[in-house]
Write a protein that binds this ligand. Structure first.
Ligand code: URA
Length: 238
């Protein structure tokens, strides 16, 4: 049994307060009877929930898009180092047991972090064999050149490893702001790729996972649920 406001919020991609408002307005029904209280519970397998007459599609798992701010680590436990994690800053209405960030951003990197409780999905999108594209916006200390574009395309060597081909393109006329698309998740990969070309990344933000863009309405530290039809944008090839 799970709280109905929580089920509705997760299924519709809205906040708990918005779900509670729908309940107050008597728009939510359980088995044909209007739900009176937000803390009323429903059994996912057997109870039929509708909102404004439409049956809701409930997912076993949740997928949350966070716009990670700087200074927060993408891990589940920061207690040893006293650092704040993405789970520590997760707004109350998104919290539930078993959540973890699927993939990591450096402490000073901002942007799209996917937080879920679906281990299989996370494993799939993180597998290097799946080649799920991650798109970053980077601010560089100096302009990149066509030779850098070619080197990214050819597969740069960082450490003892050769990266998969990556796409580098300008986001500003002076080529000091760059968009980079990679399909792996090696440690500090984007920074190390630029470093291999003698360039320093001053700012880094993840702006897309697969074909799903970071919602421009999310301020730093803000979250929203990822809707069912958006999940496929992450894991399916374009
Ligand atoms: N590449 C990096 O260098 N840092 C990140 O946080 C993500 C990709």
């Amino acid at each position: 049994m799970e709280r109905i406001d929580k089920i509705i919020a997760s299924a519709l991609g809205i906040t708990r307060s918005e779900a509670k408002a729908l309940i107050r307005k008597k728009q939510v029904q359980k088995n044909g009877v209007p739900v009176k209280f937000a803390d009323e519970k429903a059994a996912l397998e057997t109870d039929r929930l509708t909102v404004s007459g439409r049956e809701i599609e409930y997912n076993k798992y949740v997928y949350i898009m966070m716009n990670k701010p700087k200074g927060v680590i993408s891990s589940t436990d920061g207690s040893k180092t006293g650092e704040k994690t993405v789970l520590d800053i997760l707004p109350q209405e998104f919290r539930r047991r078993g959540l973890f960030p699927a993939g990591r951003l450096d402490k000073d990197t901002t942007g799209f972090v996917l937080i879920t409780d679906d281990g299989e999905f996370a494993h799939n999108i993180l597998s290097p064999r799946k080649h799920i594209e991650k798109t970053y916006a980077a601010i560089l200390d100096k302009p990149f050149t066509p030779a850098d574009v070619k080197a990214f395309e050819d597969g740069l060597e960082i450490g003892s490893e050769r990266c998969f081909p990556a796409r580098l393109s300008p986001l500003s006329g002076d080529c000091k702001e760059a968009q980079v698309v990679i399909s792996q998740g090696m440690f500090h990969q984007v920074k190390r790729m630029f470093a291999a070309r003698g360039l320093t990344v001053l700012e880094l933000k993840r702006i897309k996972m697969g074909a799903l863009e970071l919602d421009p309405l999310l301020g730093e530290g803000e979250c929203r649920f990822i809707k069912n039809d958006e999940i496929a944008l992450i894991s399916d090839k374009k």
